[in-house]
Design a protein around this ligand. Sequence first.
Ligand code: NAD
Ligand code: ZN
Length: 249
Amino acid sequence: MNRQLIQKAAEDILRSKKTIAFTGAGISVESGIPDFRSAEGLWQKYDPEEYAHIHAFYSDPDKVWLMLKDMFTLVMTAKPNPAHIGLAELEQMGLLSTVITQNVDGLHQAAGSKNVIEFHGSHRTLSCLKCSTTLDGASLKIEDLPARCPRCSSLLKPDVVFFGEPIPPKAQTYSFRESKSCGTVLVIGTSAVVYPAASIPIMAKEEGATIIEINMEPTPLTGQISDYLITGSAGKIIPAIVEEVRRQR
Ligand code: NAD
Ligand code: ZN
């Protein structure tokens, strides 16, 4: 771990008028939920292009529900890791305004973060495609899936944004406002290739914010949009930054 960059990140957070975090699947890998790009796991079995498109859901819901059931099990049993907890601590200390996440696993909230924007929705609730009744996933057993609406018996869909679906308008408006008004962005565990989500750090940069990337490897943002990349696992780097912030404060 690069100590100098950890110190620099702590300084940037302490100096910033407002800091936000923008997170992706990589922050939940250490909680046991595979990202899209890992060599192992869910997405080797299910090609996201094939399964995560809204047309796939409408044309063959039973097939897509095979993938959704596996994801549901992972999401409902996963626990937050030190990276999620570190971000919740920063918020508690008054040093992190908002977490904008592309993840659908609810682990930021489980770690104690209060101000979380779920840019791509949540896998923890399901809605009826016909009458919009919403159900808490915790009330369902894996054997019940794919479940039907208790009111009208139509098929339920997890409240996640599939490829080809619009971003929930409130989440988009609020995220863009946050990104344009912050001084520092922590971009954590995202390959930054899914749009419009990936425009969040770009818009912040255009307004003069400092962009700190935390990732196992470079991304299209690295060297272009990011001021610096701290290479390594989020579960190690975020707690180290929090510790350094406490030391410098
Ligand atoms: P991605 O899979 O495209 O990229 C993950 C990134 O995280 C990669 O750049 C990888 O190098 C990095 N990474 C992996 N392990 C890491 C670790 N321990 N610490 C730090 N970085 C690590 O994910 P994405 O950019 O979020 O885009 C995929 C889309 O898939 C998202 O829109 C999201 O909605 C969805 N998704 C969500 C979950 C979840 O909710 N946990 C899981 C898989 C996919
Ligand atoms: Zn219904």
